[in-house]
Design a protein around this ligand. Structure first.
Ligand SMILES: NC(=O)c1ccc[n+]([C@@H]2O[C@H](COP(=O)([O-])OP(=O)(O)OC[C@H]3O[C@@H](n4cnc5c(N)ncnc54)[C@H](O)[C@@H]3O)[C@@H](O)[C@H]2O)c1
Length: 376
C-alpha cells in the first residue's frame, strides 16, 4: 500500500537517493528542504530530484513550515542538517538538535499529526563516537579523547592509551560503545540522537537513529567544503592536480556508498526490529585515506599520486570504523564498491554546470578560520 513519507533534507545527497528508492517502490514522497548554499544554489531545486515528489521549500527550524510538512504523513525520514568544519558552533545545535526537538514537539502537541505515523528515522553520524574504540596491548579496550593541538602540531598523529600512553590498535566501534564526540557537529548529532530516541520511547513514536559513516557517491555537493575526500580528490584529479591528504594519509575510514545508505534507510523505515535503536551504517571495510586515493584512481582510470603536506584539520578523528553487525543481523549488507561510487560521482559531477576545482578555495577558507593548520 502506498504511504506518504516526509523526507526532510530530501534535496540533498543521501536524501535524494532515499527518495528515489521510495518513489520506485510506489510510496508518495514529500520533501522539505531549505535549499541552502553551499550545498545548493540558493532556492533552486536540484535537477536530480525525482519527478512527482511534493516539494516544500522551507526550514526545519520553522514550526509552521514543519507542521504543514508533517500533516498526514505515515513516516518521516529526517535528514536535514547543518554539516561543516567551520567554527559557527551554535548553528549545529540550532539545526541539528533544536530542529529535531521541534519535530517531536509538534508531533506530541498535535495528536492528529501522529494519526498515521508509523516511524521516524533520523540521520545521526559516526561522528558521535569521536575517536571510537581502540585496543591497548596493556590496558585493554579504550575510548581516547581528542588529540591535543600540541600533539598534532608535532605531527604526532596517533592517539595514545589514556591510561599509560601506549600505542593502540584501532577497532570497529560498536553501537553500544560510549559516544565521545569532540567536534560541534558530532556533539550536535549525539544530542539529536538522544532527543529522538528518548522522546520517541516516551511518546511511543517508533524511532530509529542511523549513524552513517562517511558516505560517497553522486550528488554529493561539490560546493560544500564539508563533503569530504571523494569530492576533493575527484575535483583535483580531473583538473590535473594531485589529491591533498591531511596528516600522513594513514587515517582509517570505512566509507560507504550512498546507494547502500539509502537501502539502510528503507530497512529502518520498514523493519520494526530497528525501532528505538541507534544503528551503524558503514562500509564494513577499513581503508586508509592514501589507499582511498587509489580507489579514486581506479574509479576514474587516471594514475594518481598524492600530496602529503603535513596539514591537519582541528577536530578530525584519527581513525574511525563502525561495527555494522547490528544492521547485518537485520539482513542489510553494503553491496556497492567504492570504485563504483567514485566513477558515478565523477561522471555526475562533470555533467553539472559550475563543476570546477573548489579545493583551493575550501583550503583557504578553513585556513583563514583556523581549522586547517600546518604541522611543524
Ligand atoms: N554524507 C555523509 O557522509 C554523512 C555522514 C554521516 C551523517 N550524515 C547525515 O546524513 C544527513 C544527510 O546528509 P547529506 O550528506 O545528504 O547532506 P546534504 O547537505 O547533501 O543534504 C542535507 C539537505 O538538508 C537541507 N537542509 C539543511 N539545513 C536545513 C534546514 N534548516 N531546513 C531544511 N532543510 C535543510 C540542505 O539544503 C540539503 O539539501 C545529515 O543529517 C547528515 O548529518 C551524512
Amino acid at each position: 500500500m502506498s504511504r506518504l513519507i516526509l523526507v526532510t533534507g530530501g534535496a540533498g545527497f543521501i536524501g535524494s537517493h532515499t527518495v528515489d528508492l521510495l518513489v520506485a517502490r510506489g510510496d508518495t514522497v514529500r520533501v522539505l528542504d531549505a535549499l541552502i548554499p553551499p550545498v545548493h544554489q540558493a532556492g533552486i531545486w536540484p535537477a536530480y530530484l525525482a519527478d512527482g515528489v511534493q516539494r516544500i521549500h522551507g526550514n526545519v527550524e520553522d514550526p509552521a513550515t514543519l507542521r504543514d510538512a508533517l500533516d498526514g504523513v505515515d513516516a518521516v525520514i529526517h535528514l536535514a542538517a547543518y554539516q561543516d568544519y567551520l567554527p559557527n558552533f551554535s548553528k549545529f545545535f540550532h539545526v541539528n538538535a533544536a530542529g529535531t526537538a521541534l519535530l517531536y514537539e509538534l508531533l506530541v502537541a498535535e495528536p492528529t499529526l501522529r494519526r498515521n505515523l508509523q516511524k521516524v528515522v533520523v540521520a545521526t553520524s559516526q561522528a558521535v563516537f569521536g575517536e571510537g574504540r581502540y585496543l591497548c596491548p596493556v590496558h585493554g579496550v579504550q575510548f581516547p579523547g581528542q588529540r591535543t593541538s600540541a600533539q598534532l602540531e608535532a605531527s604526532d598523529w596517533e592517539p595514545r592509551c589514556p591510561v599509560g600512553g601506549e600505542p593502540m590498535v584501532p577497532q570497529a566501534t560498536r553501537e553500544d560503545d560510549p559516544p565521545r564526540p569532540h567536534n560541534p557537529y558530532g556533539i550536535s548529532k549525539l544530542s539529536q540522537e538522544l532527543i529522538a530516541l528518548n522522546l520517541g520511547a516516551r511518546y511511543d513514536i517508533p524511532t530509529v537513529a542511523m549513524r552513517y559513516s562517511i558516505t560517497q557517491g553522486p550528488r554529493q555537493s561539490f560546493t560544500n567544503p564539508y563533503s569530504g575526500a571523494l569530492r576533493i580528490f575527484v575535483q583535483r584529479v580531473l583538473h590535473g592536480r594531485s589529491p591533498v591528504v591531511y596528516e600522513d594519509g594513514m587515517q582509517l575510514r570505512d566509507y560507504v556508498p550512498v546507494w547502500d545508505v539509502a537501502r539502510a534507510n528503507l530497512l529502518a523505515l520498514d523493519d520494526a526490529r530497528a525501532n528505538f535503536r541507534a544503528l551503524n551504517v558503514g562500509g564494513g571495510k577499513a581503508i586508509t585515506v592514501l589507499d582511498y586515493a587509489q580507489v579514486v584512481s581506479r574509479g576514474l582510470q587516471v594514475p594518481v599520486s598524492t600530496e602529503v603536506p603535513g596539514r591537519f584539520r582541528v577536530g578530525d578523528t584519527r581513525h574511525i570504523l563502525s561495527d555494522i553487525s547490528g544492521l547485518r543481523s537485520l539482513g542489510w549488507e553494503p553491496v556497492h564498491s567504492l570504485e563504483e561510487a567514485a566513477t558515478a560521482y565523477a561522471t555526475w559531477a562533470q555533467a553539472q554546470p559550475g563543476f570546477r576545482d573548489y579545493s583551493e578555495q575550501g583550503f583557504r577558507t578553513m585556513t583563514d578560520q583556523g581549522v586547517l593548520r600546518d604541522a611543524h
